[in-house]
Ligand binder design. Structure first.
Ligand code: URA
Ligand code: SF4
Length: 219
């Protein structure tokens, strides 16, 4: 069904069509925009788990795609899988992940309410920083996930998540705790939980940021 539709759209593009005016049929009218998100996310997963667009595909155990609610209002975007995530195939399940889970609980939410993903889907060896070409190769994946999920708020965790998603050279120290815009979505940059493990005193700033996020979600 979807494949047929894709083929048809590709044909139309070959015929020179650049856009379609969609007139809602009764069956589609009033359907929430995110109604197809679970299927779209699953279909996209099949593409991403086979990705070999950068060198990290060689050293990974598995691609860490993302978890949570396909219709989430709130999305957390991290950097890249670590050792535990590479083994389990799920983002934020190690020590930093436990802290993120605690932050989510403190917001009166669960991991199933939100969506969690990284800007780089495969583990960098020895947890080194992702390199620019790896960030560039993987960026379309997180951007497509955001497009499918259409969250109301995105929280980026740390510098790489913020800079890679937005493709802007923000300094975390300048923008942390300040609302930014990502394609019409409210974006709150905050510290990475791994930084909080090293610098527990920064937890209160992250909590200030999360209070702003909660207030925004309650609007
Ligand atoms: N740190 C991240 O940025 N992402 C994970 O999935 C785990 C740790
Ligand atoms: Fe593909 Fe991203 Fe994995 Fe690189 S890190 S192989 S771009 S999924």
């Amino acid at each position: 069904m979807t494949e047929d539709l894709l083929r048809e759209l590709e044909l139309l593009r070959e015929f020179g069509f650049t856009h379609l005016d969609i007139h809602g049929t009764p069956a589609l009218a009033g359907r929430p925009a995110e109604a197809g998100a679970p299927d779209l996310l699953d279909e996209f997963r099949q593409i991403v788990i086979a990705c070999e667009k950068c060198r990290l595909s060689k050293s990974r155990t598995q691609v860490v795609y993302g978890v949570g609610n396909p219709n989430a209002d709130l999305m957390f975007v991290g950097e890249a899988p670590g050792r535990d995530e590479d083994i389990q195939g799920e983002p934020f399940v190690g020590r930093a992940g436990q802290l993120l889970t605690d932050i989510i609980k403190a917001m009166h939410l669960t991991r199933d309410d939100v969506y969690i993903a990284n800007v780089v889907k495969c583990r960098p060896p020895e947890n080194r920083n992702p390199e620019q070409d790896e960030l560039d190769a993987c960026r379309p994946h997180i951007r497509r996930q955001v497009e499918i999920i259409q969250p109301r708020v995105i929280v980026t965790l740390g510098r790489f998540a913020l800079q890679s998603l937005t493709e802007k050279a923000f300094a975390i120290s300048d923008v942390r705790g300040k609302w930014l815009d990502y394609n019409g979505i409210r974006l709150m940059p905050t510290y990475h939980p791994a930084y909080l493990l090293r610098t527990p005193s920064a937890k209160k700033e992250v909590w200030e940021d999360m209070k702003k996020v909660m207030a925004e979600l309650e609007r």
